[in-house]
Ligand binder design. Structure first.
Ligand SMILES: Cc1cc2nc3c(=O)[nH]c(=O)nc-3n(C[C@H](O)[C@H](O)[C@H](O)COP(=O)(O)OP(=O)(O)OC[C@H]3O[C@@H](n4cnc5c(N)ncnc54)[C@H](O)[C@@H]3O)c2cc1C
Length: 452
C-alpha cells in the first residue's frame, strides 16, 4: 500500500530543505524530492556564503529588504536556537557570535567601503553643474540613511520590547552619527581612503554546508523521507482513501500527497507549465587563491558596474577569495555574459593589488531565480499560490530561506514547532554523501589538493 504524505516538497535547495524540515517538526509526513543526485546542488550551491542582514540595501529609501533580512535574526532565535552550531546568541540584549569550526556563522563581519560624494563613480563625467550637484546630493542622502540605519543596528537592544525588523529600517537622519564612519585601511587594495568611508556591518560569512548538513540531519531524524535523482514533470489529482490528493508519477514509484510545495527554482515554471512571474538572471563569481585580502568587504557605489564584493572561505585550513560584483545578465545571451565577466575581472584587477599575480583564479556563473515584474530585481522571498493544495516558494536569497520556511508554514496554517518542540536531538546520521558542497569550495579544493 502507498504511503499518503501530508506534503511533497519538490526541489532540494535551501527553500525546500528548510520548509521540509520545519514541517516534520510538527509530525507531518513529508517527502523531499530532488532531481539531482545530491541536495543543495542548484543555486543554493552557487552562492558566495554571504549572510545578508540588510547592509547592502540600507542606502535604499525603501525599507522592505532591510526589514526582511534583519528579521532572519528573530527567526533563527525562535526556531533554530537548539541547533548546537547555530551560533548567533543574544547576551544582555547584544548579539554575540562564538566562532567555532562547525559554527553556521563566522565572526569576520563584512566591512562596507562606501564611495563618498567626492568619488568619481558618484557623479561620473557629468559636466552640467546642477546635475552633478544633484547626483552628489542624492547619493549623500543615501549614505546618511545607510549610516543612520547602522547606528540603530549598533544601538539595538535585541530581545527587548522594540522589534529590530521594524525599528532599524525606519532610521532617519536624526540617527545619523559621524562616529560610525571609519577610514578605509589600504592594505592590499586600491580603494582610496580619501573618497571612501568604512562602515562596519552586521553581514556575516556563513557556512552553508554546515547549515544544510544540520537541517538535513534533523529532517531525517524526524522521519522525513528523501528521494534523490527523481525529476518531477507534473502532478495529477486523485481521490485516495476518500480524500482529494495529488499524485506525482516518478520513474520508480508514485508519490501520493495531500499538498505539494514546489521549491524547484526555475523548475516550478516547467512543472506548472504557466508563467508565474519567475525571472532568472546569471551572475558570475571569481574564486582566487590565496586570499587577496584579509577582510570580507563590499565596495559600494551608485553604479552596479563598479560595485565589488569579497568574501573569504577556507578549505583544508587555507583561505581563498570569492569575488562578485553588482552586475547580472540574461543567461541565454553569450554576449551579455561575456561582457559582465570581463568587467568583473577588470574590477577585481583594479581593486586587488595581488589579483594579477595570484596562483589561481577561475570564474563560474550561477542562476538567480526571483519573482519580479518589469525587469526590476526582487531580492525578497515569495510564496505563490498555484492551485488548491499546491504552492510555489522562492527565497530570493539563501539568507531568506529561514524566513520563507516560517512564512510558508504559516501560509499553510500548519502549527510549527519552535525550539520547545524541537525536543529530539538529531540522530548522528551521516549525510555527507547526500549534500553538495558549495561550488566555490569545490573549485578551490580541487586546485589546493592538486597543488599541495
Ligand atoms: C552567483 C550567486 C551568488 C549568490 N550569493 C548569495 C549569497 O551569498 N547569499 C545569499 O543569501 N544568497 C545568495 N544567492 C542567492 C541564493 O543562492 C538563492 O536565492 C537560493 O539558493 C535559491 O534557493 P532555492 O532553494 O530556491 O533554489 P535551488 O538551490 O536552485 O533549488 C532548487 C532545486 O530544485 C531542483 N529541481 C528543479 N527542477 C526540479 C524538478 N522538476 N524535480 C525535482 N527537483 C527539481 C534543482 O535541482 C535544485 O536542487 C546567490 C545566487 C547566485 C546565483
Amino acid at each position: 500500500m502507498n504511503i499518503k504524505y501530508d506534503f511533497a516538497v519538490v526541489g532540494g535547495g535551501i527553500a525546500g530543505l528548510v520548509t521540509a524540515e520545519l514541517l516534520t517538526r510538527s509530525g507531518n509526513k513529508v517527502i523531499l524530492i530532488e532531481k539531482n543526485s545530491k541536495l543543495i546542488s542548484g543555486s543554493s550551491a552557487d552562492q558566495h556564503g554571504w549572510f545578508h542582514l540588510g547592509s547592502l540595501y540600507s542606502a535604499s529609501y525603501q525599507s522592505t529588504y532591510v526589514k526582511k533580512l534583519i528579521r532572519s535574526i528573530d527567526t533563527l532565535q525562535e526556531y533554530y536556537k537548539k541547533f548546537p552550531f547555530m551560533n548567533i546568541k543574544i547576551k544582555n540584549g547584544k548579539l554575540s557570535l562564538k566562532d567555532q569550526t562547525k559554527s553556521w556563522f563566522k565572526k569576520n563581519h563584512l566591512e562596507y567601503y562606501v564611495a563618498a560624494r567626492n568619488n568619481i563613480d558618484v557623479f561620473g563625467d557629468e559636466k552640467n553643474i546642477i546635475k552633478k550637484f544633484k547626483k552628489k546630493w542624492n547619493w549623500d542622502l543615501k549614505c546618511k540613511l545607510m549610516i543612520a540605519r547602522h547606528e540603530r543596528i549598533y544601538r539595538h537592544y535585541w530581545g527587548g520590547e522594540i522589534n529590530a525588523q521594524n525599528w532599524i529600517p525606519k532610521a532617519n537622519l536624526i540617527d545619523f552619527k559621524k562616529r560610525n564612519i571609519k577610514k578605509v585601511k589600504k592594505s592590499n587594495i586600491n580603494i582610496c581612503s580619501k573618497t571612501h568611508f568604512l562602515l562596519q556591518s552586521l553581514d556575516m560569512h556563513m557556512d552553508t554546508y554546515q547549515i544544510t548538513h544540520d537541517i538535513l540531519q534533523h529532517f531525517l531524524s524526524n522521519g522525513g523521507k528523501l528521494l534523490l535523482g527523481e525529476k518531477v514533470d507534473s502532478y495529477e489529482n486523485i481521490v485516495y482513501e476518500n480524500e482529494n490528493c495529488k499524485v506525482i508519477k516518478l520513474q520508480n514509484e508514485n508519490v501520493i500527497t495531500k499538498k505539494i510545495i514546489l521549491s524547484s527554482g526555475k523548475g516550478i515554471t516547467e512543472i506548472v507549465k504557466s508563467d508565474i512571474g519567475l525571472n532568472t538572471v546569471a551572475s558570475p563569481l571569481i574564486v582566487a587563491f590565496p586570499a587577496l585580502h584579509p577582510k570580507g568587504f563590499v565596495r559600494v557605489t551608485p553604479k552596479n558596474t563598479k560595485t565589488i564584493n569579497h568574501l573569504i572561505h577556507k578549505v583544508n585550513g587555507k583561505a581563498y577569495s570569492v569575488i562578485g560584483g553588482g552586475e547580472y545578465a540574461n543567461p541565454d545571451s553569450e554576449t551579455e555574459l561575456e561582457k559582465i565577466v570581463v568587467n568583473l575581472y577588470k574590477n577585481a584587477s583594479n581593486t586587488f593589488e595581488a589579483f594579477n599575480k595570484c596562483e589561481f583564479k577561475k570564474h563560474y556563473f550561477g542562476l538567480k531565480n526571483e519573482i519580479s515584474s518589469n525587469d526590476i530585481r526582487n531580492y525578497g522571498h515569495k510564496i505563490i499560490p498555484i492551485e488548491e493544495n499546491v504552492i510555489g516558494i522562492v527565497p530570493g536569497k539563501f539568507t531568506l530561506g529561514f524566513n520563507l520556511g516560517i512564512d510558508t508554514i504559516s501560509f499553510l496554517n500548519n502549527p510549527t514547532a519552535k525550539n520547545n518542540q524541537l525536543q529530539k536531538k538529531a540522530k548522528n546520521i551521516n549525510v555527507d554523501h547526500l549534500l553538495e558542497r558549495p561550488t566555490h569550495s569545490r573549485i578551490a579544493k580541487e586546485f589546493i589538493l592538486n597543488n599541495g
